[in-house]
Design a protein around this ligand. Structure first.
Ligand SMILES: [Zn+2]
Length: 179
C-alpha cells in the first residue's frame, strides 16, 4: 500500500519527521501535493484540532491548514473555513506577546502555556498557487504560529518557558469545567 493512501494516526512526538525542516513546495499542481492536501483536510476534520501541518501526516513539506472555531476556551474564536497555506511565512505586526494554553495532535494527553505574538501578517500560496495574505490576531495568530513551527521541526513544548506550565489533558479539562 502506498503511504499516501492511508494515514495511521498522526506522527507522534519522538517521530523524526516532526524534527525535520520541511521542504518548500515546488509543484503545487502535482498529484503528490493535492493528495497530501486532501489527506490533511480529511484528517483535520475527523479530529478535534484547529490546525494541522503536513509533517504531522508524515509528509515533510511546507503546507499547513488552519481552521479556527469557537470553543469553551476561546468562545470568541472566529468560525472559519479551513484555509490551506502552502509555503507560508509571516511578519510580526505587534511585539505584543500573550501566553495561553495549547495542545497538539502529535502530543496527546498534554497541554501547556505557550507565548505567541498576538498580531501577525501571513503570506502564503493558495491551492491554485496564488499569493495570498492574511492579517491574523489572537487565537488565529496562535494557531498559525503553532503550525508554522511544525515546518521548522519545532513542537509547542519547545516554546514553553517553565516546565511547570505543562499539565495533563485531564487536569486541563477539569480546569476548563471550573471556568
Ligand atoms: Zn501541533
Amino acid at each position: 500500500m502506498k503511504k499516501n493512501q492511508k494515514v495511521v494516526g498522526f506522527a507522534q512526538l519522538g517521530d523524526p519527521v516532526l524534527r525535520l525542516h520541511a521542504e518548500t513546495v515546488e509543484d503545487i499542481n502535482s498529484l503528490k501535493i493535492s493528495t497530501i492536501i486532501n489527506t490533511m483536510r480529511s484528517e483535520l476534520s475527523n479530529s478535534n484540532g484547529v490546525g494541522l501541518a503536513a509533517p504531522q501526516i508524515f509528509e515533510s513539506v511546507c503546507i499547513v491548514i488552519i481552521a479556527s472555531r469557537p470553543s469553551r476556551r476561546y468562545p470568541l474564536a472566529p468560525e472559519m473555513e479551513a484555509v490551506v497555506m502552502i509555503n507560508p511565512s509571516f511578519k510580526v505586526i505587534s511585539n505584543d506577546i500573550k501566553t495561553d494554553w495549547e495542545g497538539c495532535l502529535s502530543v496527546p494527553g498534554i497541554r501547556a502555556l505557550v507565548p505567541r505574538y498576538t498580531k501577525i501578517d501571513i503570506s502564503y500560496l493558495d491551492e491554485q498557487g496564488k499569493k495570498k495574505k492574511l492579517i491574523a490576531e489572537d487565537f488565529v495568530a496562535r494557531i498559525f504560529q503553532h503550525e508554522y513551527d511544525h515546518l521548522n521541526g519545532l513542537v509547542y513544548l519547545d516554546r514553553v518557558e517553565d516546565n511547570k506550565d505543562i499539565i495533563s489533558e485531564s487536569e486541563f479539562q477539569k480546569m476548563m469545567e471550573g471556568n
